[in-house]
Ligand binder design. Sequence first.
Ligand code: ADP
Ligand code: MG
Length: 240
Amino acid sequence: MIEIENVRKSFGQLEVLKGIDLTVKKGEVVTIIGGSGSGKSTLLTCINGLEPIASGKIVIDGVDVHAKSTDLNKLRQKVGIVFQQWNAFPHLTVLENVTLAPRKVLGYSKEKAEEIAVKQLTHVGLGDKLKTYPTRLSGGQQQRMAIARALAMSPSYMLFDEVTSALDPQLVGEVLDTLKMLADEGMTMICVTHEMAFARDVSDRVAFFHQGVMAEIGAPEQLFGNPQHPETQKFLSSTR
Ligand code: ADP
Ligand code: MG
């Protein structure tokens, strides 16, 4: 379970998270929507300890992410994150890129790391690209490789930050299908996305962020069908 309690965060004078509360239970899919600069990415980077917070608390399976005693490497094995773009090592094959973290971070043997990497790459539909170099992959394939790379660490939670935003429109579907597959398999995930149809389709709950505040959260039917907050209404009418 991910428990976010009254989290505040500033960059200099600018407060970008103004008291965020959110609990994500095991198996739940929560998507976050909202305008640019509303704090969506910042929240994700705080959740896996990439960024410190000013006050409040983020607790994952009982571990306080920002406590001094917390082993962030261990935490990040548990909480995978995939961004808009991941720069794979161009001189390594797809398989080698995906085995890197299990070998270096988990200390797995080459054989064991490859076994896991092959499994995850096959899972995201790249079983025939093991020996390919990343630059030869399409954008959608590169994003699926990034997802396989995160999955190779056997995370309990996955965070996705606009993973389709940098893709040509015709490549968006294959990546969203991969996310949907993970959701159907019961992965606990938080997805920041601009893809409203996807959010409506896969989410247990959808959160709308506005200027560092979670203005509204609810079931997709509720949030899309009958938004309560004026800013949610404004945002949704601008995306239609
Ligand atoms: P979103 O993902 O919703 O577009 P972000 O979380 O990226 O929003 O950013 C929220 C606000 O914080 C924005 O005003 C952004 O400019 C600012 N911000 C984000 N990261 C940094 C940083 N590393 N340093 C300074 N300001 C930042
Ligand atoms: Mg962002």
